[in-house]
Ligand binder design. Structure first.
Ligand code: AMP
Ligand code: MG
Length: 333
């Protein structure tokens, strides 16, 4: 194995495991009580749940179990999962899905419309073409192929039947990808479950999709560190306050590769099928709705700073933008 590949693998490990771990730490140090955290690898990332009362520790495992079950349904690469079946039947027939999955896909469609298409859950086939998870890239995807697949990503091709609880991809070239919304949805699901057990202070962190349960202490919100995209070893450049809300960040630094001197990253512009070129380095959205925070953070990245702030303002959401010029813009946070 060449030293280049070894270095790339080490960088990949740092990105996948150490950065999220550090991120969790930032949340923990901002709390004065004894935190207790458990970690698990799921949804292709490091996840943690932190509680602050000894008696609350017993609830962590049932919450992880519920997240595992959720992942089995929404992992599009897992044979037999709901999303896998929808994709297999693209252009052929509607697929009956679990009610929670139906709920998530309906939200995805709504958010796609709400963001003017900047968030688009039908980009799966184009993401596969790019292969951002691959370590080596010997060429770029064919422009003509991207253009052909792009024709199929019109959101009307996502056909939902609420009564029958079915999902149909009306074009055989479509592939549903919930990668930009599922973790935010799951973080809130975990938070809601913890609350239903009577836990009133906890932090759920699914690879940087944070959900803060309750308040740090009476009348004082939690402080969440926002990762510095330029620091190879982690670190944060600022913080935001959050109580009973999701704090979700999207950035070009999270999954990318370089080819012939240019960097290509995993957030695609649905108008072109190529990496979104925006004036944003990272954008954080704060919302009580975890799925919304996740979908909107991805959309905001595509839209660029001005439209991102306008979009969040129109929905009453908190937003923090780090521009490529290094400027930090804040809205309601
Ligand atoms: P996030 O990290 O939440 O911003 O989501 C990025 C992931 O969502 C990517 O890895 C793709 O799987 C998928 N994706 C990329 N671009 C978009 C987009 N414009 N709308 C919806 N999903 C996207
Ligand atoms: Mg997202």
């Amino acid at each position: 194995m060449s030293s280049f590949i070894v270095a790339a693998r080490i960088r990949e490990m740092l990105r996948k495991w150490l950065f999220p771990l550090f991120f969790t730490f930032l949340v923990l140090v901002s709390c004065s009580d004894e935190p207790y955290a458990e970690y698990e690898l799921m949804m292709d990332t490091q996840c943690s749940i932190t509680v602050y009362e000894t008696s609350d520790r017993q609830y962590i495992e049932p919450v992880f179990a519920s997240l595992r079950a959720f992942e089995e349904k929404v992992d599009r690469f897992r044979e037999g999962s709901d999303i896998w079946r929808i994709n297999e039947c693209a252009g052929l027939c509607p697929v009956e899905v679990d009610s929670e999955v139906f709920d998530l896909i309906s939200m995805a469609k709504d958010f796609s419309l709400a963001t003017g298409g900047a968030f688009n859950p039908l980009l799966g086939a184009i993401s596969d073409l790019w292969g951002f998870d691959r370590i080596e890239h010997e060429s770029l995807p064919d422009e003509g192929e991207i253009a052909k697949l792009l024709e199929a990503t019109i959101i009307d091709n996502l056909v939902l039947d609420e009564e029958k609880m079915t999902v149909f991809l009306a074009d055989s070239r479509c592939r549903l990808d919930l990668g930009a919304i599922a973790k935010g949805y799951a973080s809130q699901k975990a938070a809601d479950l913890l609350s239903s057990y009577g836990v009133d202070r906890a932090i759920v962190n699914l690879g940087g999709n944070v959900y803060t349960v309750g308040e740090k202490e009476r009348g004082r919100a939690w402080t969440v560190g926002i990762q510095n995209p330029n620091a190879e070893t982690g670190g944060y450049f600022t913080t935001v306050e959050s109580s009973d809300s999701a704090v979700v960040t999207s950035g070009a630094y999270q999954r990318n590769f370089s080819f012939e001197g240019k960097t290509y990253h995993h957030i695609l512009d649905p108008a072109t099928g190529w990496s979104a070129e925006s004036d944003i380095t990272s954008v954080t959205v704060i919302s009580p709705d975890g799925a919304q925070a996740d979908a909107f953070s991805t959309a905001c990245f595509v839209l660029g700073s001005e439209e991102a702030l306008e979009l969040c303002a129109s929905y009453g959401l908190g937003c923090l933008v780090l521009t490529s010029e290094g400027e930090v813009l804040r809205l309601g946070c």
